[in-house]
Design a protein around this ligand. Structure first.
Ligand SMILES: *Cc1c(COP(=O)(O)O)cnc(C)c1O
Length: 360
């Protein structure tokens, strides 16, 4: 039986995708073996990876002058790999909007010269920054942002605009593919797979070609974007199973009508949950400014933290899992990734209303 999994990541995947994986696990397309057991250099797998890339390009409208890389090491490895590849002896600007952008900044400090272009930490990371709060260096190699802060539940619906010639680099791990995005506004987009794409172990990097070839001389080959691009992400063995599974998720999103349709469903799910929070008379509180509220990750607290354990126990009894908030912010967090159904959100809202009516 499948329960409603609100975990922030690794997270819920579409049931039809998992069913297809199950059906193909022992014998992929009549080959008598799993996709996991095949050579990455063979015709079958190279066909798979090409189709996965083509589907992602179509879904996101990725322009021809961008490379798509299928890498490993998670988004956290990118925190170091991006400065190794893009700094080229200059400095880079970081916008701090929550735990993840802060971690990216801290890791980049190990590699080179980075500075903070603006931060909302004084407001406890409860909103996206305003344009007039950001001071970008016009000579920066890039400006790094996290467009959806998974822990604080802050999403950027308007992009900061660094000076001309300073490419935006975005950590989109927890909201990639949740709505249409204009890829051409970014120099580089990266996302770990385990939130909205597929299994952990795969990270996708979408990078504009003119940013390639500037890696520090000490950059290991598997971490050099240019080398990986040259080899079609297959300098060494790529995470084949993750790539295959991501491809099935992309097909599933295409069958739903693409990202515009996915966005509509995500708006409906988020509205349902935020309305329940805001309509609870203060029993439940989401601290994020309304215009910056994430559609993917919804942290909320109960009026009395002493009720947290009861709430989680009742959630578990109703087959709702993964709701405990991140330890740094406390309370609850419901992650409403693409694969979370409206039925799951309805079940959560039912619990919330019923619980508040009894305990308030
Ligand atoms: C989960 C997450 C990460 C870290 O991902 P790993 O794959 O564990 O390295 C980084 N950034 C954001 C926004 C995330 O949600």
């Amino acid at each position: 039986m499948r329960i409603f999994n609100f975990s922030a990541g690794p997270a819920v995947l579409p049931t039809p995708v998992l069913e297809q994986v199950r059906d193909e696990l022992l014998d992929w397309h009549g080959r008598g073996m799993s996709i996991m057991e095949m050579s990455h250099r063979g015709k079958d797998f190279t066909g798979v990876i090409e189709e996965v890339e083509a589907d992602l390009r179509e879904l996101m409208g990725i322009p021809a002058n961008y490379k798509v890389l299928f890498l490993q090491g998670g988004a956290t490895q990118q925190f170091a790999q991006i400065p190794m590849n893009l700094l080229a002896g200059r400095s880079a600007d970081y916008v701090l909007t929550g735990s993840w952008s802060k971690k990216a900044y801290k890791e980049a400090q190990r590699i080179g010269d980075v500075r903070v272009a603006g931060s909302t930490e004084a407001d406890r990371f409860t909103r996206a920054p305003r344009a007039d709060e950001l001071q970008f260096d016009p000579r920066a190699a890039y400006a790094h942002i996290c467009t959806n802060e998974t822990i604080h539940g802050v999403e950027m619906f308007e992009l900061p605009e660094p000076p001309a010639g300073v490419p935006l680099v975005a950590d989109m791990s927890s909201h990639i593919l949740s709505r249409p995005m204009d890829v051409s506004r970014y120099g580089l987009i990266y996302a770990g797979a385990q939130k909205n794409i597929g299994p952990a172990g795969l990270v996708i990097v979408i990078v504009r070609e003119d940013l390639l070839g500037k890696a520090l001389p000490t950059t290991p080959s598997v971490m050099d974007f240019a080398t990986m691009a040259e080899h079609g992400s297959m300098l060494n063995t790529p995470p084949t199973f993750g790539i295959y599974l991501a491809g099935l998720v992309f097909k599933n999103l295409k069958a739903q009508g693409g990202l515009a349709a996915v966005e509509e469903a995500n708006i409906a799910k988020a509205n349902l949950l935020y309305s329940a929070i805001d309509g609870s008379g203060g029993f439940y509180v989401n601290p994020v400014e309304v215009a910056s509220r994430s559609r993917m990750n919804v942290p909320f607290t109960l009026a009395d933290p002493a009720l947290d354990a009861d709430f989680l126990a009742e959630a578990a009894a109703r087959q709702l899992s993964g709701l405990k908030g991140h330890k740094s912010v406390g309370g609850m967090r419901a992650s409403l990734y693409n694969a979370m159904t409206i039925a799951g959100v309805e079940a959560l809202v039912d619990l919330m209303q019923d619980f508040a009516a009894r305990k308030a």
